[in-house]
Design a protein around this ligand. Structure first.
Ligand code: UD1
Length: 423
């Protein structure tokens, strides 16, 4: 299995281009299932999760061509409406095929995703929302069996549905389903994440009638059919945020192209509180900082957008462990998202956990060591720690990183880091 070997201590300087967002690309790829003609996407990041989603769609009969960052999906002939366990277990986002399959074909069989490293992550709200739209759903042999055969014209019926918790993929699944439903659907307490907005923009180009995206209440007027369209996936705010934190920690000056500061307000505000200088224009963000010894630790509390994103929590923890002072990092979205803490302790971090809050006391240096992580953002946080640790840090199980960061080591090395991938 591949490892990353990092020699810590280099400052980062220069510029890189941020890729399309994983969390927008995955639902938009699944939205292709709604369309009777080809959907043409650009700015699709070359990531393992994107490859897995394409395989899943091909397994259903979709014809997919990939040329660089351009992906064309033709779902005019779907031969089976099933997402098997072997595919879903490697990627929870596979649940995103449920809504579109049911809405267009009146039937779907999708494996339950099961637990994952950062918590139990149920999909009950996806299921309840589809039931509110009239679907008949049973869980059998670990599979969600969903049908609309008893409904008029076998079509989902528009409904008003309040989501108990703000759920990103839940909102996306229901928005896709409602786009082909009969009548009007109102989703209350909807997710406002930029990736939800990007997906709604793509659905609108495909012919969907959606209003209210980016607010708590999304209204969807179902249409008879959707067609293909052309869409460029929004830039990855979490990838951008990760490089911003990296530069704050190592010191230096880095410009991120294809990055939008307006999607990262909460993150940029915390970086400024920590002592970094952040400037932006419409399509780029520049950060300048003196390195971790000059950074102030900052308190973090994760919450749905536009508050501080849970997908940036581990990276800020990496910053706080070497910043000046004591900080509190509170995770409110996932119940088990502190898997990086023990690994950071192996590098010399001083962290204690009390429930969903980590108390972090900044230390004056980290010592390189061999570490591994069990999820994507935790792995990224260990890379950041490795960039400032004394000597060599080895990150194991880097397949997590390949799920979510395109060309991570090439991008870091182009900025002056010393990161090698070894077998
Ligand atoms: C998405 C993102 C992920 C991010 C997360 C929170 C994708 C592909 N993944 O994950 O990177 O960390 O949003 O911003 O976009 N919940 C339920 N029942 C449900 C659905 C969710 O209890 O039916 C709970 C979850 O366990 C979690 C919370 O709601 O505690 C939020 O989860 P959710 O927003 O659904 O996360 P994902 O969409 O899976």
């Amino acid at each position: 299995m591949d490892k990353l070997v990092i020699q810590g201590g280099n400052r980062l300087n220069g510029e890189i281009t941020i890729s399309g967002a994983k969390n927008a690309a995955l639902p938009i790829l699944c939205a292709a299932l709604l369309a009777e003609t080809p959907l043409k996407l650009s700015s699709v990041p070359a990531l393992k999760d994107v490859g897995s989603t394409i395989k899943l769609l091909e397994n259903m009969g979709a014809k997919v061509t990939v040329i660089d960052d351009k992906v064309t999906l033709d779902a005019s002939l779907i031969t089976n409406q099933e997402a098997p366990y072997e595919m879903v277990k490697t990627m929870r986002a596979s649940i995103l095929v449920l809504g579109p399959l049911l809405a267009r074909f009146g039937h779907a069989r999708v494996s339950l995703p099961g637990g994952c490293a950062i918590g139990s992550r149920p999909v009950d709200l996806h299921i309840k929302g589809l039931q509110a739209m009239g679907a008949e759903i049973h869980i059998e042999h670990g599979y969600i069996e969903a049908t609309t055969k008893h409904l008029p014209n076998k079509r989902l019926q528009g409904a008003r549905y309040y989501m108990d918790l703000v759920t990103v993929t839940g909102t996306e699944n229901l928005m896709m389903a409602a786009s082909l439903a009969n009548g009007i659907t109102v989703l209350e307490n909807a997710a406002k994440e930029p990736e939800v907005v990007d997906m709604a923009e793509c659905l609108t180009k495909m012919g969907a009638k959606i209003t209210g995206v980016g607010t708590d209440v999304i209204t969807i007027e179902g249409v008879e059919r959707l067609s293909g369209a052309e869409h460029a996936v929004v830039c990855d705010r979490i990838e951008a945020g990760t490089y911003l934190v990296a530069t704050a920690m190592t010191g230096g000056k880095v410009r991120l192209n294809n990055a939008r500061a307006d999607l990262l307000d909460a993150v940029i505000e915390k970086l400024r509180d920590a002592g970094a200088t952040v400037n932006s224009d419409k399509n780029s963000i520049t950060i300048e900082a003196d390195g971790y010894a000059k950074l102030k630790a900052v308190n973090i509390r994760t919450a749905p957008h536009p508050a501080f994103p849970t997908d940036m929590q581990a990276q800020f923890m990496a910053m706080n462990i070497v910043a000046q002072g004591v900080s509190k990092v509170t995770e409110t979205i996932f119940e088990n998202r502190f898997m990086h803490v023990q690994e950071m302790q192996r590098l010399g971090a001083d962290i204690s956990i009390d429930g969903n809050t980590a108390l972090v006391k900044g230390v004056s240096y980290l010592d390189g060591a061999t570490v591994m992580a069990t999820d994507l953002r935790a792995s990224a946080s260990l890379v950041l720690a490795g960039l400032v640790a004394r000597g060599e840090t080895v990150i194991e199980r880097i397949y997590h990183l390949d799920r979510g960061y395109e060309n991570l080591e090439a991008k870091l090395n182009s900025l002056g880091a010393d990161v090698k991938r070894v077998n």
